[in-house]
Design a protein around this ligand. Structure first.
Ligand SMILES: CC(C)(COP(=O)(O)OP(=O)(O)OC[C@H]1O[C@@H](n2cnc3c(N)ncnc32)[C@H](O)[C@@H]1OP(=O)(O)O)[C@@H](O)C(=O)NCCC(=O)NCCS
Length: 180
């Protein structure tokens, strides 16, 4: 995908000149996650402490190597990743994160699409993900839930947990059409 922007800024008074500001085109590359990416992925998550506490970092460090995954790169730097598992019964998002300075550039949507395509390929009827529930008054995860809902997930169920890191766990689900 190419993101580019061109802004033509008029100057009010004569001589009538126009200044052209051309932003650098940014190439976002999506590719499979490899073992060489594991450390960079966990470090990316560490750069988002409002989303991932120490327990989350420990869990993902263990789980990322066991799951399928994809990464997003800009200029050769890892700026996002997703991991998932997929069986004919269920697709499940394990971990997803995009570097803060690249939020809202469509990277998360593209990463979910990769997981979704793979889950559909193996015949999973749905893709599920867990996140922090609505009853917890914590703004960062309002954004996370908005993201999942925006890319097609709907709320499936919510359970209260005896876990200070996640007092309410919301499961969201996206129904997958059959692969053609
Ligand atoms: C959740 C996350 C992966 C989304 O990645 P992203 O690349 O920023 O998301 P996208 O740009 O693809 O957003 C797709 C759509 O989701 C919605 N969305 C994304 N971020 C949003 C926000 N902060 N507020 C409201 N809606 C949002 C929008 O509808 C957006 O489309 P639009 O930009 O055209 O309006 C990213 O914000 C992130 O890394 N968050 C921290 C980690 C995290 O929460 N991981 C999940 C833990 S369960």
């Amino acid at each position: 995908m190419h993101l580019s922007a061109e802004c033509v800024e008029p100057v009010d008074n004569p001589p009538k000149r126009r200044r052209t500001i051309r932003a650098m085109a940014t190439e976002i590359r999506i590719r499979p996650l490899s073992p060489a990416d594991h450390e960079a992925a966990v470090n990316l998550a560490r750069s988002l402490p409002e989303f991932f506490n120490d327990q989350g970092i420990d869990e993902m460090t263990t789980e990322i190597p066991t799951e399928s995954g994809a990464v997003a790169e800009v200029d050769g730097e890892l700026v996002g990743f997703v991991t998932w598992t997929a069986t004919p019964e269920l697709g499940h998002i394990g971990w997803i994160a995009v570097r803060g300075d690249h939020h809202r550039h469509g990277i998360g949507r593209r990463l979910i699409q990769v997981a979704e395509d793979d889950a559909r390929r193996v015949g999973a009827p749905v893709l599920q993900v867990e996140t922090l529930g609505e009853s917890v008054d914590y703004e960062p995860y309002d954004r996370t839930r908005a993201f999942y809902r925006s890319v097609g997930f709907v709320d499936l169920e919510s359970v209260l947990l005896d876990n200070p890191g996640m007092p309410e766990m919301l499961t969201l689900q996206k129904r997958l059409s059959k692969a053609s």
